[in-house]
Design a protein around this ligand. Sequence first.
Ligand code: NAD
Length: 201
Amino acid sequence: MNSCALSPPVLKLVLKIRLLDGRRQHDRQGVVLVTGAARGLGAVIARRFHASGYRVAIGDITFNAAQELASELSADHSTAFALNLDVTSKDDFSAARDAILDKWQRIDALVNNAGTSKVVPVMDITAEQFDHVIQVNLRSVLFGCQVFGQHFADAGAGRIVNIASLAGQNGGSATGVHYAASKGGVITLTRFSRVTSPRAA
Ligand SMILES: NC(=O)c1ccc[n+]([C@@H]2O[C@H](COP(=O)([O-])OP(=O)(O)OC[C@H]3O[C@@H](n4cnc5c(N)ncnc54)[C@H](O)[C@@H]3O)[C@@H](O)[C@H]2O)c1
């Protein structure tokens, strides 16, 4: 999938994994996990991957909705299945990785898409609201990159796409500053994350 084909307002950043085996071309047998894919942009991304021939793991905290989409894409769940994945939990990312490998024996890409936003004036943002937005939007990206970046490095290939936002660059007019700050963090985290394959040593 050409990541540039995704929704234009969304800033898409690719975490580049150093590869020993060279860049893998589009692979009809590829496997991708999309987080927050039960609805919205994540569901669009999951559909596009599936239509392109990928097998798609649909990760979300709203499992029933994720399951509905998986069943729609693949009635027997042979090419799409739902995962109960809370991106605020590193253990959930590890469990998702293991479940996908168990089912399909490979993973080629992760799309860190899950996110949350709530418009709250800066002076009214509570500690709980701030922490929640940072955990769902930013800490999740760190966990996804750690768990899947390590897997891709060990496997010698893989792609991670982190969904940021223009709000992370210009603050945005329709979001809270906690949202904008979290997306600015996603941009920085993506820019400076590097995972080295042991095979490249
Ligand atoms: N919609 C836009 O205009 C826009 C613009 C810029 C960036 N983005 C980004 O794109 C991504 C998707 O946005 P959207 O508009 O489709 O959002 P949405 O609210 O429609 O969907 C978000 C999905 O993430 C899931 N989710 C929320 N918390 C989760 C958690 N803890 N673990 C797992 N899943 C969780 C939700 O259940 C939902 O399915 C977000 O990262 C958002 O910040 C969206």
